[in-house]
Design a protein around this ligand. Structure first.
Ligand code: HEM
Length: 147
């Protein structure tokens, strides 16, 4: 999913580049500056969150997850955020008013909240995994646990 999202949002960057190249009015005219801002944000956030997905996949086996359910939850929230956050920015640039994005932008705070929860979960698991276990950690700890 990370590589797929990266392909999608890099392609959006190429589309924006093309709109610049052909000086397309509905993207570059001052009346549509909200659309340009929203779509640039969609491209940037989508690309970076795709890289976060890939980083998550690379690091997932380094943590001793408390349960498969927690791992699934973190993955699910991270994936939803990678779709809702840039998707909200993109929709916000469609049918926008002069100075305001359209209602699609309301998906952004939802995605941001899911992202924060996912990262907090991952931080907790990383912190837990970095603590020495009685068996692998301090020798006195294992003696105490045998007593
Ligand atoms: C890891 C890869 C990339 C990252 C992290 C990234 C990130 C960003 C960010 C943060 C901006 C906003 C810059 C600003 O407003 O000051 C931006 C703008 C832009 N990016 Fe990318 N980008 C990436 C790859 C690409 C690629 C491959 C293309 C095109 C093929 C592209 C095309 C654009 C364009 C055209 C803009 C300007 C949009 C505008 O202001 O109208 N980007 N990108």
């Amino acid at each position: 999913m990370g590589w797929l999202l990266l392909l999608l949002f890099l392609s959006l960057g190429a589309v924006l580049e093309t709109l610049h190249g052909f000086k397309v009015g509905f993207y570059l005219d001052p009346a549509h500056r909200v659309r340009r801002e929203m779509w640039t944000l969609a491209h940037a956030h989508g690309t970076l969150l795709a890289l976060v997905q890939i980083a998550f996949a690379c690091g997932v086996q380094r943590f001793a997850w408390r349960s498969p359910g927690r791992l699934r939850l973190a993955s699910f929230l991270l994936l939803d955020a990678a779709v809702l956050l840039p998707g909200g920015f993109f929709l916000g640039g469609i049918g926008h008013a002069e100075g305001d994005p359209s209602y699609g932008v309301l998906l952004v705070p939802v995605g941001a909240t899911l992202l924060l929860v996912a990262v907090a979960l991952i931080v907790l698991e990383a912190w837990r995994s970095s603590r020495p276990t009685p068996e692998a950690g301090h020798p006195s700890a294992s003696k105490e646990s045998k007593r």
